[in-house]
Design a protein around this ligand. Structure first.
Ligand code: ADP
Ligand code: MG
Length: 327
């Protein structure tokens, strides 16, 4: 098996990226897409929220991709699954009619009825993902090597994954039962699928991630391989000067070096950096210890994610695939 096939994430068919809003799910999805495309994989990024973010990140001038999808970069397609579009497509496949169904799904009374009906959005979205996973090109090869889903934020994200089981057990026979079973089987298949929680090395997101993993293990059974902890502060001082804060602290703090602020101010800055770094490290360790899952840390990009090259830094970190606890 080549090294390219041994990556715990990039050798899957389906990665469902989840986590609390603001932890960097979309950023991680975009970076994984770059890492996979760099390995020669054909990737589709699937957004499930109301807004699209991936086209803006990967191909800033491309406009939105919508349900029809769009190629953003060589090897990387993107789409947003709108549940109503997916429903129209599904129903038209079943009935052979297209235009009249679009008329039905735009009907306000139909929408009002559907908006009040729980579960169908998740099921139809997952059904579309399943269909994409099954799709082949003219040579009967899978259309995509990797499907990357920017799944709904935690909480709602788990309902997303629980729906197929609920439907399959509530509806015992028929097409709906079979469809829910196909989707449920894909979600539970550790060979093809992985659920990837994204966390931050801070109190609330760390706790929420630990709870998410416990709930997935108890109730959902979706395969977990590792956790991405995003925006981790890199070691604050250069190699050989790892204890710079302590060295500074030992100097007479009243000392003034020409052209520099008072030594006490420099020392406080260094101590602050150390404290921030240690805090991040504590939470990375906590996430690892309490979930017993390997942790892949992504560095904080000091100026934020402003260009494709920032995402490439994160993609390289994901490609290196060193499940790490910061030293
Ligand atoms: N590693 C990182 N370093 C710096 N900024 C980051 C990093 N990851 C994400 N961000 C920034 O954090 C914010 C939230 O990220 P985003 O991917 O939109 O989160 P989510 O999809 O979970 O809501 C964005 O402004 C993004 O640019
Ligand atoms: Mg997002």
């Amino acid at each position: 098996m080549s090294a390219a096939l041994q990556h715990p994430l990039l050798d899957r068919r389906l990665i469902l990226v989840t986590g609390k809003g603001g932890t960097g799910k979309t950023t991680v999805v975009a970076s994984l897409a770059l890492a996979a495309a760099q390995r020669g994989k054909r990737v589709i990024v699937i957004e499930t929220g109301l807004d699209e973010h991936i086209p803006r990140l990967l191909a800033p001038n491309s406009g939105t991709a919508g349900y029809a999808g769009k190629t953003l970069l060589p090897g990387i397609d993107s789409m947003r699954i709108d549940p109503y579009e997916a429903l129209a497509e599904y129903l038209s496949m079943k009935t052979g009619m297209r235009a009249p169904l679009h008329f039905v799904i735009r009907n306000p009374s139909f929408r009002q009825f559907m908006d009040a009906t729980p579960g169908w959005r998740e099921l139809i979205t997952l059904g579309k993902i399943w269909q994409l996973e099954q799709s082949v090109d003219t040579k009967k090869r899978p259309l995509y090597d990797l499907l990357l889903v920017d799944a709904p934020a935690t909480g709602h994200g788990l309902i997303f994954l629980e729906v197929p089981q609920v439907v399959a057990s509530a509806v015992r026979t028929g097409t709906l039962h079979r469809n829910a079973e196909f989707v449920g089987t894909l979600l539970q298949d550790a060979q093809r699928t992985v659920l990837l929680p994204v966390a931050l090395a801070e109190e609330l997101p760390a706790r929420e991630t630990i709870e998410l993993v416990a709930r997935v293990r108890q109730k959902v059974g979706a395969p977990l391989a590792c956790i991405v902890v995003n925006s981790v502060m890199p070691a604050p001082f250069p190699t050989g000067l790892e204890n710079l804060d302590q060295l500074l602290g030992r100097l007479p703090q009243a000392r003034q070096i020409t052209g520099l602020p008072p030594l006490s101010a420099i020392t406080r800055c260094a101590q602050h950096l150390r404290a921030r770094f240690e805090l991040n490290r504590r939470y990375v360790e906590m996430i690892h210890n309490e979930t017993q899952l390997p942790v892949l840390t992504l560095p904080q990009i000091p100026h934020g994610i402003v260009s494709l090259s920032d995402l490439r830094v994160l993609a390289a970190a994901l490609s290196r695939n060193r499940p790490v606890l910061p030293a």
